[in-house]
Design a protein around this ligand. Structure first.
Ligand SMILES: [Ca+2]
Length: 145
C-alpha cells in the first residue's frame, strides 16, 4: 500500500502543478478587422516591448467571426505567476502596434486591470495581476486613443 501511495504522489508531482488558465474578455471591439494580439509580460523590464524575446507569451486571435456583441472571449494556458497584458487590435495584421510619431497608438489598445497611464503608457505595476492554480480572469475594454 505504501508503495502505491508513493507512486501516486510521484505521479502527482510529475504533473506541472503550475499550469493554469487565464480567461480573457475584451469588450468594446468595434470591428472584425484584423486580429487581436495579446502580449503577456512577466516583468516590468520588458513591459510593452514588442520584440518576441521580450514577450513572455503571445496569443493572436483572428477577429473574423470571433466576436459576440463586440466581445472577444479567449483563454491562454499559462503557469502560475504574476503577469501584465498589453492587447491591441492589429487592423493591418502586420504584427505591430502602429503608433504615430510621438508614440500614441493608432490601433485600439487595452491593458490588464484596465490600467491607464497619465501622460504616457500604463505602468507594469498598475497592470499586473496574479494567476494562481485556479486560474484568473481579466475583463478589459479596448479603446482607440
Ligand atoms: Ca498593426
Amino acid at each position: 500500500m505504501k508503495k502505491i501511495t508513493t507512486l501516486l504522489l510521484a505521479g502527482l508531482f510529475a504533473i506541472p502543478a503550475s499550469a493554469a488558465t487565464l480567461d480573457i474578455e475584451v469588450h468594446g471591439v468595434q470591428s472584425e478587422k484584423g486580429s487581436l494580439v495579446i502580449n503577456v509580460y512577466d516583468n516590468k523590464k520588458t513591459w510593452m516591448e514588442e520584440d518576441q524575446q521580450d514577450i513572455f507569451k503571445q496569443h493572436i486571435v483572428p477577429l473574423k467571426g470571433a466576436l459576440k456583441d463586440g466581445v472577444l472571449a479567449t483563454e491562454i494556458d499559462i503557469p502560475e505567476g504574476e503577469y501584465a497584458l498589453h492587447i491591441y487590435q492589429d487592423w493591418d495584421d502586420n504584427k505591430e502596434m502602429d503608433s504615430n510619431w510621438i508614440g500614441i497608438p493608432k490601433e485600439p489598445v487595452a491593458t490588464s486591470n484596465n490600467a491607464k497611464g497619465s501622460m504616457g503608457p500604463p505602468s507594469y505595476k498598475d497592470a499586473k495581476f496574479k494567476v494562481d492554480a485556479t486560474g484568473a480572469k481579466q475583463v478589459v475594454n479596448i479603446v482607440e486613443i
